[in-house]
Design a protein around this ligand. Structure first.
Ligand code: SF4
Length: 382
């Protein structure tokens, strides 16, 4: 297939595909799926070998957010019966983080609900970062606290935060459909503040919210322009009690095509399989390892993932290996800050794509609200 040969050649040269090529990946048929995975897998192996980086989420503060992101179970007005609690104490957060590190995670992601941190919140998180780093040598810490105000990125960096996560989530054109309390440019600005403060930027998307193929390509190209070091790809978990509860738009095959498209657009960037993998990829998860080089181990912020030991078994069975703390994730040319990426080569307008037909198969039974780990008395899943 000429398209796939072209995309492999470009990926091996770290060259950006055109928007038309990215759209064409999303438009491939199920008959072509294994060819698409094999092609994107070549690019993945060129830059990351067979390594899988494990990341572990610690939800420092859960629920009761004043923002209205419609995909989020913690949003204003959410009826989802999630755990709700205020800031974890540094020691408790550190214990939760240690469970993830013991399970093989080399990065701990500290997340808090809310529009953004107060300066007092930044102090709390700084104490938590110190506690985690004291107790877990070599661990990378990423903070995800929402929109940052002036000076907060620098303070987090000084406190030892290696990275900052803030997702773009969807295209600029449709951002107003999923959230009215902040906008796309607020999100871009926070990622840029994190980069300017010397933190590694992590920014990704959520697929399956009713967006078109053109929206997906738009957000991935917008991410590429921001040049983050890691791109988490979430698949919407349609929580009952949220506005998007009925959005069951994804099949495992479509989820794999989306991951392949992200890999072709971000050949040498850490592409992370994030929330919703169990719900939407289901038994096809191991194929995704040929596309991504990173995933979240264990549970998510407000939902439960598959058992951490099953994640490790899946990685080993598929012929991949967990990346150790002695290995640097990014290829050498990307290690000095965020440099090394090629500029966007083609900003031509692409034809609008149609929304895929919704899947008949809604698997609400796979959405399990988190009832263990941080904020509970039960041991975490790692
Ligand atoms: S995504 Fe973040 S800012 Fe938006 S509602 Fe959820 S916790 Fe609040």
């Amino acid at each position: 297939m000429d398209l796939l040969n072209t995309l492999v050649d470009k990926g091996l040269r770290r060259e950006l595909p055109t928007r038309e090529e990215a759209l064409a990946v999303l438009a491939t048929s199920d008959d072509e799926l294994l060819d698409v995975v094999a092609a994107a897998g070549k690019v993945r192996r060129q830059w990351f070998g067979r390594r899988v980086k494990l990341n572990y989420l610690v939800n420092l503060k859960s629920g009761l957010c004043p923002e209205d992101c419609s995909y989020c179970s913690q949003r204003l007005g959410s009826k989802a019966e999630i755990l709700k609690y205020t800031w974890l104490k540094p020691d408790d957060a550190s214990k939760a983080a240690a469970a993830g590190v013991a399970g093989g995670a080399k990065r701990v992601c500290l997340v808090a609900s809310g529009r953004g941190p107060t300066d007092r919140d930044v102090d709390r998180v700084s104490e938590t970062i110190s506690a985690i780093k004291e107790q877990n040598e070599g661990v990378e810490v990423c903070a995800c606290l929402g929109l940052l105000s002036d000076g907060q990125a620098e303070r987090l960096r000084s406190a030892g935060a290696d990275a900052y996560n803030h997702n773009l989530n969807t295209s600029e054109a449709t951002y107003g459909d999923i959230c009215t309390t902040h906008d796309f440019s607020d999100r871009v600005s926070t990622v840029q503040q994190a980069q300017a403060a010397g933190m590694s930027a992590c920014s990704g998307l959520i697929a399956g919210m009713g967006e078109t193929d053109a929206d997906l390509v738009d957000v991935v190209f917008a991410l590429r322009e921001l040049d983050p070091d890691s791109v988490p790809v979430n698949f919407l978990i349609p929580f009952e009690g949220t506005p998007l509860a009925k959005e069951w738009n994804l099949t495992p095959q479509r989820a794999l095509r989306i991951l392949a498209m992200v890999r072709f657009v971000c050949p040498d960037i850490e592409v992370r399989l994030a929330g919703g993998r169990e719900v939407h990829l289901r038994s096809m998860q191991p194929l995704a390892l040929h596309l991504v080089n990173s995933l979240f181990l264990g549970d998510y912020l407000t939902s439960e993932g598959q058992a951490g030991k099953d994640d490790l078994a899946m990685i080993a069975d598929a012929g991949f290996e967990v990346e150790g703390t002695d290995t640097t994730t990014l290829p050498e040319h990307r290690r000095a800050g965020c440099g090394g990426a090629q500029p966007a080569a083609d900003a031509a307008e692409a034809p609008a794509a149609t929304v895929p037909a919704p899947s008949d198969e809604t698997r609400r039974d796979l959405v399990a609200v988190r009832r263990r780990g941080a904020g509970t008395d039960l041991p975490p899943n790692a």
